[in-house]
Write a protein that binds this ligand. Structure first.
Ligand SMILES: [Zn+2]
Length: 81
């Protein structure tokens, strides 16, 4: 299964398939919190933590953080466990 690639707010987003069900993932903006994003599987609903934009970083960074979290896999060697 390949990556899902699309554009959101002029950013190119590349997301791996869901590690649990193989479903398609999407980057989503939090409905209430400003500049807060997370990645969620469209099929099983599993999601990353919210990323909150620190005031010294750009909105692009706020979007990239959950994408990095989602695409990280244990075999990448940095799972922290
Ligand atoms: Zn899933």
């Amino acid at each position: 299964m390949g990556m899902t690639e699309y554009q959101i707010e002029r950013q190119k987003i590349s997301l791996k398939p869901c590690p649990f069900c193989g479903g398609e993932a999407r980057l989503k903006k939090h409905q209430r919190l400003e500049q807060t994003w997370y990645v969620q599987c469209k099929d099983c609903g599993i999601r990353t933590a919210n990323s909150v934009q620190p005031p010294y970083e750009s909105w692009k960074t706020a979007m990239n953080y959950p994408v990095r979290l989602w695409n990280r896999r244990i075999e990448d060697g940095n799972n922290g466990l």
